[in-house]
Design a binder for this molecule. Structure first.
Ligand SMILES: *Cc1c(COP(=O)(O)O)cnc(C)c1O
Length: 357
């Protein structure tokens, strides 16, 4: 049994587009890709007049180092959003497959499934026990049509984290039946090991990581899927020919230099410190009913009147995320942890609301 038995058979057989850049990697005079031999600006001359590497070797190797995996376990795309899209397209047949999602959670899992025409099986997190993961119910819902099971740790927008032990129990229980997609977009902010340590033992496990949050590189759109080489190979075959703009690759390599990684770690520490300060300040406000236990770079607040709080914050020029569309979080707002000054500004507005709003 190979994990690719779960993929769409027509894609397993697909050769994929062979780009000019893939067919040759060394040369002195490049005349195979119909590029311009001239560049109009200095930036173009540096690296923009030629097509980029489809999966840039230096970036793949550095990501492997940073995440503690092998280079053949790394796929890099336009944000983890692209990895979610490709996993859905690679493994789900329109009208025939389903994916299991545990709301309230990240919206892209459902969007990608809907675009592909895969059914969504919704097994909600257990609101009454701090939004813990409904393992038994998920396993019960899993059937022969299931291709992807999503597990987000820490979960967006509730911020809580399922333990590595539970991830491994899920990995054991889903082996041979569906891919287990563990989204770790916020794992750097949690005091917990990544699920990457399980990759060598579970061929159907996919771990999603991103440079958008902890590495402060959201605009470069660099997201990573870490998985067995069989899955990585499939993703590389079905991705667009040149997904990563060279300037974004250059920015990513700079953001992963040892010095920049050390700075990221310092910033992660500061965010976590600010998160706890914000939590302490918010806990004393009359309008705040409760604060969810977050291990990410945001706090989710339940309020007496989230709509009024949202409006007051907006009027003060402060934009937070309304969670009104998430069942069980209708009266909640998600606040990204900012600088100390920014966090104080949020607290000042919420304080001015008193207990009525
Ligand atoms: C932000 C976020 C992502 C998307 O990250 P990109 O790499 O920027 O696409 C993925 N998953 C979760 C849970 C997120 O909150």
């Amino acid at each position: 049994m190979s994990v690719l038995d779960l993929a769409r058979p027509e894609l397993v057989a697909l050769a994929g587009y062979s780009s000019a850049r893939m067919e040759a990697s060394a040369g002195r005079i490049w005349l195979n890709a119909n590029e311009s031999p001239w560049a109009q600006t200095a930036a173009q001359a540096r690296d923009l007049n030629r097509y980029p590497e489809p999966q840039p070797q230096a970036l793949i190797e550095r990501l492997a180092e940073v995440y503690g995996v092998r280079a053949d376990q790394v796929f890099v795309g336009r944000g983890s959003d692209e990895a979610i899209d490709l996993l859905t397209r690679g493994f789900c047949a329109a009208g025939a497959s389903n994916v299991i999602i545990s709301p309230p959670t990240f919206g892209m899992y459902a969007v990608a499934a809907n675009i592909q025409g895969a059914a969504i099986v919704s097994v909600p997190l257990m609101a009454e026990s701090g939004f813990s993961y409904p393992m038994a119910e998920v396993l019960q819902a899993l059937d022969e049509k299931t291709r992807l099971v999503y597990l987000c740790r820490p979960n967006n927008p509730t911020g809580n984290l399922i333990s590595l032990d539970e991830v491994e129990q899920m990995a054991r229980a889903t082996a041979g039946r569906a891919l287990l997609v563990v989204d770790e977009a916020y794992i750097e902010f949690a005091v917990a090991p990544s699920a990457t340590g399980l990759l060598d033992r579970y061929e159907h496990l996919v771990v999603l990581r991103t440079l958008s949050k902890a590495h402060a590189l959201a605009a470069a759109r660099i997201g990573v899927a870490l998985a067995a080489p069989s899955i990585i190979g499939l993703l590389r075959r079905i991705v667009a020919p040149y997904p990563l703009p060279q300037s974004c690759v250059t920015a990513a390599l700079a953001a992963l230099s040892p010095l920049a990684v050390a700075r990221s770690q310092e910033n992660i520490r500061r965010v976590c410190e600010q998160r706890e300060r914000l939590r302490t300040l918010c806990a004393t406000l009359p309008t705040v009913l409760s604060i969810l236990a977050s291990e990410a770079n945001f706090l989710t607040l339940r309020l007496h009147n989230a709509a009024a709080a949202y409006a007051a914050l907006s009027a003060a020029g402060i934009i937070v995320r309304s969670l009104a569309r998430y069942p069980g979080l209708e009266n909640a707002l998600r606040v990204t942890v900012g600088t100390e000054t920014e966090n104080f500004a949020v607290v000042a507005v919420l304080k001015s609301l008193g207990a009525q709003a």
